[in-house]
Design a protein around this ligand. Structure first.
Ligand code: HEC
Length: 126
């Protein structure tokens, strides 16, 4: 009986640990995921590439880097970037903001999305 209880507690702890990790994301793992983005995006300098720089992305209004030429869809989306909107956009860029011009199919795994958001939070100053 004792053994069963102990096992149940251990499994419970593992499950909780896993859930926390899935929600919070792992910035270190996210750095690797960001390799898929860095051809087009810079996180630590206000420098645009194919895509706008991502400095201060958390809490930033979509489509508002001054010298970047956004699609009308992005510029007029009315979205503010936070964990929820980023997760939705990165899962399905075309579906979330129809007509935006980010040529990226999207991240399939929820962990990758959580991880890259954790990395963005850590590396973009917001
Ligand atoms: C092939 C180039 C390319 C890749 C790869 C790419 N993006 Fe983008 N991204 C863009 C472009 C271009 C835009 C602007 C879209 C528009 O104006 O419609 C954009 C816009 C964004 C925005 C909105 C920025 C703002 O100022 O509102 C975010 C956030 C973003 N990308 C994050 C990412 C992340 C994270 C990845 C990797 C998982 C990624 N992008 C991969 C080109 C890219």
């Amino acid at each position: 009986m004792r053994h069963v209880l102990f096992t149940a507690a251990a499994v419970g702890a593992l499950l909780i640990g896993h859930q926390v990790q899935a929600q919070e994301g792992d910035a270190e793992a996210g750095k690797k995921v960001f390799r898929k983005c860095q051809a087009c995006h810079v996180v630590d300098k206000e420098q645009n590439r194919v895509g706008p720089h991502l400095v201060g992305i958390m809490g930033r209004q979509a489509g508002h880097v001054e010298d970047f030429k956004y699609s009308d869809a992005m510029a007029n989306s009315g979205i503010t970037w936070n964990e929820e909107t980023l997760a939705a956009y990165l899962a399905d860029p075309k579906g979330y903001i129809e007509g935006n011009k980010m040529a990226f199919a999207g991240l399939k795994k929820p962990e990758e999305i959580a991880d890259v958001i954790a990395y963005l939070k850590e590396s973009t100053g917001g």
